[in-house]
Design a protein around this ligand. Structure first.
Ligand code: FES
Ligand SMILES: [Fe+2]
Length: 386
């Protein structure tokens, strides 16, 4: 059941979705102090494997060092070149692409061509800047600010879920899909916070969203969650068939969705788990990054079916996502010309809570409602089985 019986106010105004000053405020207040999901260890499985990406204007080099993830600023201490411009690759030694300076795993400089020219050497100011790297399950997280809270504190109760869903055993790494989208990062977040759009936008892939009696919302200081035990019929039948062939006996029919504020979304279903992030690029653009983990077979005799089910599950997830992604730029275009304040229905109450969080963090506004909802909401993850 939902907490609210009456419609809610759309707290954010259209200009919160394209104003550049507000965007800078969000970067400062929401993203700088956050932990960021940057990669799956399976994407850099061997020593020396690396990938690069930019998170909140910070270019990062994420590298496997003897099985452990390391995260560096992808900028050289010599004359500021990016160390590498490759998206991914393998480097037995971290070496800058410009003059060939080398760096050790701890960021200290290694071999420097014609090193004599740099005497006396300023070791401290030429180190490769290192960021913290936390491995949670197979997921790699980093923090960009010294003021970022401890990882466990930031993730709260959702850390155990991350470990369970993404440790590579029950579910294993399946695929990554990225999209560059012309929309403010909050547009996709709000899209994932309601299943109201399912009946219309996902009619061909998902079908109908579950009835309210089979859904419950849970709210906290830095997250909101949805639990439901009755996925739409089309999905349910499809899932059941796959699960049986994989040897899964405890089919739950549960769909669980957590948003860890500001922008990490995780989903769990019987056949798969997903993590998505919406990385802000500009006030009106973001990068959508989605990782799918697929259900592993329960026994080696079922492994043959895993080879069949895995691409089906990945394709199913992609089809749903590709129904959502085009609507984001449509919403953005509308926001930039809107004469309406917007309205939030009871079925969309997680959006209200998210907007309260945004205004609280960015503008210091008091949290009016959603912090009190927790006591009213049914918070047990097990809801009525249909
Ligand atoms: S800028 Fe990196 S070695 Fe010169
Ligand atoms: Fe959707």
């Amino acid at each position: 059941m939902f907490v609210n019986r009456d419609k809610l106010i759309h707290l954010l105004q259209p200009n919160h979705y394209f104003n550049s000053e507000f965007f800078e405020l969000e970067k400062e207040k929401l993203f700088k102090p956050a932990w960021h999901f940057v990669a799956v260890l399976d994407e850099i499985p061997n020593h020396g494997d690396y990938l690069t990406k930019t998170v909140c204007d910070v270019p990062l080099l994420i590298r496997n060092h003897e099985g452990e993830p390391r995260v560096y600023l992808n900028v050289c201490g010599h004359r500021h070149s990016r160390i590498t411009c490759e998206k991914k690759g393998n480097c037995p030694v971290i070496r800058c692409q410009y003059h060939g300076w080398e760096f050790k795993e701890n960021g200290n400089t290694g071999r420097i061509p014609d090193a004599n020219c740099f005497r006396p050497f300023d070791r401290e100011n030429t180190r490769l800047k290192c960021f913290p790297a936390v491995l949670c399950g197979r997921l790699i997280f980093t923090a960009l600010s010294d003021e970022t809270p401890d990882f466990d504190e930031f993730m709260g109760g959702r850390k155990a879920v991350l470990e369970e869903w993404f440790d590579g055993s029950e579910y294993h790494f399946g695929s990554r899909t990225d999209y560059d989208v012309e929309a403010n990062w909050k547009v996709p977040v709000e899209n994932t916070l309601e299943s109201y759009h399912v009946d219309h936008l996902h009619a061909k892939t998902i079908g109908k969203h579950p009835e309210e009696k089979n859904q419950e919302h849970d709210f906290g200081q830095n997250f909101s969650s949805l639990y439901t035990s009755e996925p739409p019929t089309l999905v349910r039948n499809f899932q059941d068939g796959l699960m049986k062939c994989l040897g899964v006996k405890d089919i739950t029919h549960k769909y669980t969705h957590h948003l860890i504020y500001p922008n990490i979304m995780i989903i769990g279903l019987d056949p798969m788990t997903m993590i998505q992030t919406y990385v802000p690029v500009s006030p009106t653009s973001f990068r959508w990054e989605g990782i799918v983990f697929v259900r592993s077979a329960t026994h080696w005799t079922r492994k043959w079916f895993e080879a069949i089910s895995s691409p089906i599950i990945k394709l199913g997830a992609k089809s749903v996502v590709e129904e959502d992604v085009p609507i984001y730029s449509e919403v953005q275009a509308g926001l930039q010309s809107s004469c309406h304040p917007g309205v939030v229905g009871t079925i969309e109450e997680r959006i209200y809570a998210f907007q309260e969080y945004i205004l609280h963090e960015c503008e210091g506004r008091e949290m009016q409602g959603s912090q009190k909802w927790k006591s009213k909401a049914l918070i047990s993850p097990s809801v009525t089985e249909s």
